[in-house]
Design a binder for this molecule. Structure first.
Ligand code: DX5
Ligand code: ZN
Length: 216
């Protein structure tokens, strides 16, 4: 097993009728990081949940909470999602007219600053911000829904961003369609964190699935 691999389950794929039980199950499986998908029905054609649910999850969990903001005007909501308990806040470069300012704002507010790119966004957009960010989230599906098929063309973007990193300390995550069939090629690119929604919560035994994903 590679020692720098982390699995961050997307809670969107969990059973929302019993979040408390789900979070206890996830932590019992050895998970230490959770991925929270926030969707506003504008940036993506779907609506999920807001700060109230993030706060509930924060009260139930010891995990590092990475909050994936798939919303327009993300900086209007930084404060609410940070107060709710987010440890890393990720916004989309396609939804921000002030990427530098937003990254600096997040760090000033005491959280890790993350930037996400859609599959058709050229990783070169990251070049001016490489020393300002703590996390890059590479979308391997078009954002908006869990359970979609992995887009293999995004592997080239993962490799490109690993090269752009050039020893800097920021983490690289991959999000969308990551499962036992696709994770091996994803980890081969050199990324650190694999987000898994259906590929994780679809298993009966989460402890076993966690191990399988780490060792794939
Ligand atoms: C998609 C979300 C992903 C998704 C992952 O817009 O950002 O986090 O929920 O779910 P799976 O792993 O099922 O593709
Ligand atoms: Zn996500």
């Amino acid at each position: 097993m590679q020692n720098n691999r982390i699995i961050s389950p997307s809670i969107l794929a969990a059973d929302f009728t019993n979040l408390k039980r789900e979070i206890k199950r996830v932590e019992a499986a050895g998970i230490t990081r959770l991925h929270l998908d926030i969707m506003d029905g504008r940036f993506v054609p779907n609506i999920t949940f807001g700060p109230v649910i993030v706060k509930a999850i924060d009260e139930l969990s010891e995990c590092h909470l990475e909050c994936h903001l798939m919303i327009e005007d993300p900086s209007d909501y930084f404060d609410q999602f940070i107060k709710a308990g987010s440890d890393t806040v990720i916004f989309h470069c396609e939804a921000s007219s002030d990427i530098e300012g937003n990254l600096q704002r997040l760090r000033k507010m005491g959280v890790r600053a993350g930037l996400s790119l859609k599959p058709d966004t050229d990783p070169e957009v990251l070049t001016p911000y490489l020393d300002l960010l703590d996390y890059v989230l590479v979308m391997s599906v078009y954002p908006g829904f869990g359970g979609q098929a992995f887009i293999p063309e995004t592997l080239a973007s993962m490799r490109k961003i690993v090269t752009l990193r050039a020893g800097r300390p920021f983490l690289i995550g991959v999000d969308g369609g990551v499962n036992l069939r696709t994770i091996r090629q994803v980890y081969k690119t050199g990324i650190d964190i694999a987000i898994a929604g259906s590929g994780f919560f679809g298993a009966d035994n989460l402890t076993q699935r966690h191990r399988e994903l780490l060792n794939a």
